[in-house]
Ligand binder design. Structure first.
Ligand SMILES: *Cc1c(COP(=O)(O)O)cnc(C)c1O
Length: 413
């Protein structure tokens, strides 16, 4: 079956740069609405149908043999994927400017799936240390049981990363921006280290999204997203994906077929639906993030705001070079506040809801000390850079003025 719009994104990789940034397609929203979909769909429906099928039928024995011998593109059994999932994979690959994308049931399933398919006993991975705590936990607690060695170096310390590379090194891993410190990776340099030492690179770009950043254009090998966040965008689903070259993702897809960490048909429908408004949502997330960060930075009760769109941010220049906007996530420190006083601000806001996660239409707020690091020792929290007075705010798509007024009243309380 040929999908006329399925390749709509293949040219986006060499599109003219916008705002001096490489790789941003002007047709982004056209792609997020149409890419990956057949123009005429079953039942003449404008939307892709939800196929509730655990298995797929063959007309006769010869068609089974043809499918196997000719490697035909059709469905076989539900654990290997479903038609809706393939639509979303093509859409995401096109948005990312990648050849292919493999969809998973969560961002962590994508991380585990990629690492399990790429690493062997005695291989080594090098991490920038500011990273999603479960990614770190999987490497240090679980990959270690299979003889894989994890080395952590300080985020954005490229010399330390180079120094940690040895003949066993198989993968360099980073996030950008990092969570919750919002450090931004010099993608040119990160990809260059990979090329120079012939080590593959993986970037978790969940916080940036393909709207704000296109790591593939810099030569990063694998781009990972928790689609639970901005891509789904409505706080109503979990999903994840890895984007990259088709041949490199082949073994990753095969292992996913064994792990069974795929999405059910209803879930991929929700994701496809969320993606239709992706650019519109990102524009508002970017605007809310920027304006709320500026408001917080100017507030006398705030000690420090970590947001790449602020000139005060240590990675502002790198962010400006590599990103189109800076997203909705803001981390800030309350001046001279202990953990209780900080909690009282979290409790006083009326619009953002107290919850983990980010990137959805509803604003969310949390105190990392409590939400993610409560069971850590003070020494561990110091090591991970999580002070008691830190708050993480994910700006949704609510009215900007309403969000600022709400934070102003919470800070006055
Ligand atoms: C949420 C998140 C993940 C994990 O994704 P899930 O969909 O929750 O499994 C990984 N990396 C980053 C940066 C995240 O924010």
């Amino acid at each position: 079956m040929s999908h006329p719009s399925a390749n709509a994104g293949s040219s986006s990789q060499d599109d003219t740069p916008r705002d001096g940034n490489p790789g941003f397609a002007d047709d982004f929203s056209t792609l997020s609405v149409h890419a990956g979909e057949a123009r005429q769909k079953p039942g003449d429906s404008i939307t892709d149908p939800i196929f509730c099928a655990s298995t797929y039928t063959f007309v006769n024995t010869q068609s089974v043999i043809d499918y196997i011998e000719q490697n035909q593109a059709r469905e076989e059994y539900g654990r290997y994927g479903n038609p809706g999932e393939r639509v979303v994979e093509r859409k995401l690959a096109s948005l990312e400017g990648a050849e292919d994308a493999v969809l998973y049931s969560s961002g962590m399933a994508a991380m585990v799936g990629l690492l399990m398919s790429k690493l062997n006993a005695c291989d080594e991975v090098i991490f920038f240390d500011e990273c999603y705590h479960r990614s770190r936990e999987f490497c240090t607690k679980h990959l270690s049981r299979f003889g894989v060695v994890t080395r952590q170096v300080r985020a954005c310390d490229y010399e330390a990363m180079e120094a940690a590379i040895n003949p066993h090194t198989k993968l360099l891993i980073s996030e950008s921006p990092t969570n919750p410190h919002m450090s931004c990776v010099d993608l040119e340099r990160f990809a260059q280290i990979g090329r120079e030492y012939k080590v593959e690179t993986l970037l978790d770009a969940t916080l940036a999204t393909p709207y704000n950043m296109r790591p593939i254009t810099y030569g990063v090998d694998y781009v990972l997203h928790s689609a639970t966040k901005y891509l789904g965008g409505h706080n109503d689903l979990l999903a994840g994906c890895v984007c990259g070259a088709k041949d490199k993702l082949e073994p990753v897809r095969k292992l996913r077929g064994i792990m069974g960490s795929i999405n059910g048909p209803q879930n991929v429908y929700l994701l496809a639906r969320g993606l239709k408004t992706f650019e519109l949502r990102m524009q508002r997330h970017n605007e809310n993030g920027q304006r709320v960060a500026e408001f917080l930075e100017s507030h006398p009760r705030i000690e420090r705001v970590l947001y790449p769109g602020l000139p005060s941010h240590p990675y502002h220049e790198i962010a400006r070079e590599t990103m189109r906007g800076f997203g909705g996530l803001i981390t800030f420190l309350v001046k001279d506040a202990d953990w209780r006083e900080t909690a009282s601000i979290v409790d006083a806001v009326k619009i953002p809801r107290i919850a983990p996660s980010l990137g959805g239409v509803e604003s969310l707020i949390e105190q990392p000390l409590v939400m993610s690091y409560y069971q850590c020792t003070p020494e561990e929290r110091r090591e991970y850079g999580i002070p008691d007075n830190m708050i993480r705010l994910s700006c949704g798509i609510e009215n900007t003025g309403d969000l600022i007024a709400d934070l102003a009243q919470a800070l006055k309380a």
